[in-house]
Design a protein around this ligand. Structure first.
Ligand code: SF4
Ligand code: SF4
Length: 224
């Protein structure tokens, strides 16, 4: 089970900025089990946004937001609400936010931080998508994770070696920061590219003691 924690509402509002119309997508997988998501949390978040004068144009729950094909299928049923939205708020791990961002042409913002995947990268195979950094920055990187797409896991890129969209570390690999630049340009959010991310606090990658003493964690950690 991917372990997540809720971002402070103030941080979520800061990420949404002037975007008023918000569509909320919630994952009914790990976050529901971990009690950082699920229908009740999504409804509460919608109320908190409305109290701050945001217009919540729709909400939906998807069983496993880390399954990109399923995300595309289910969101295709919400096209009118998505077209009306300025931004999408995603209540899931970093893999789910990236799957959503790959499927919609709206800025996608994480409502959660991902702390641990316990070795599970969700149901979007072929690549590691989330490095469980504990401080999800997908909000300002166009929904592309710099920790996993950049060969050096740079939080501020690109490095000086990027050449014509390829990475200096592996010539056949796209530069993660080039991908982020292109996505931000397509979203009209290039100002986000200039934001300087703070140095990572690696302590945030540790699962808090209070979470490690829950029944859910005991089930997760049990050795058979
Ligand atoms: S920024 Fe990347 S590594 Fe960090 S929580 Fe988000 S998806 Fe995961
Ligand atoms: S070329 Fe791009 S992906 Fe490669 S290390 Fe530099 S910034 Fe990261």
């Amino acid at each position: 089970m991917l372990v997540t924690e809720e971002k402070p509402v103030k941080e979520v509002l800061g990420a949404l900025g002037a975007d008023k119309k918000v569509f909320i997508v919630g994952c009914a997988g790990c976050p529901e089990g971990w009690e950082t998501g699920g229908p009740a949390k999504v409804a509460a978040l919608a109320d908190q946004l409305r109290a701050k004068e945001k217009d919540v144009v729709g909400t939906t729950m998807i069983d496993f937001l880390c399954n990109k094909a399923l995300v595309g299928l289910r969101l295709s049923r919400c096209l009118d609400a998505l077209k009306a939205a300025d931004a999408v708020l995603v209540v899931s791990c970093g893999v789910g936010v990236q799957a959503t961002a790959a499927m919609v042409d709206r800025p996608c913002h994480p409502a959660l931080n991902t702390i641990s995947s316990a070795g599970f990268q969700g149901l979007w195979p072929s690549s590691e998508r989330c490095g469980q950094c504990g401080e999800c920055v997908l909000s300002s990187t166009g929904g592309i994770c710099p920790i996993t797409t950049c060969a050096k896991s740079l939080l501020n890129g690109s490095c000086g070696g990027s050449h014509e969209g390829t990475c200096e570390v592996e010539k056949h690999r796209p530069c993660g920061w080039f991908l982020i630049y292109e996505r931000l340009k397509a979203l009209g959010k290039l100002d986000d590219y200039k934001k300087i991310q703070a140095i990572r606090d690696h302590k945030k990658m540790d699962i808090p003691l209070k979470s490690r003493s829950t029944i859910r964690w005991a089930l997760e950690a049990k050795q058979f």
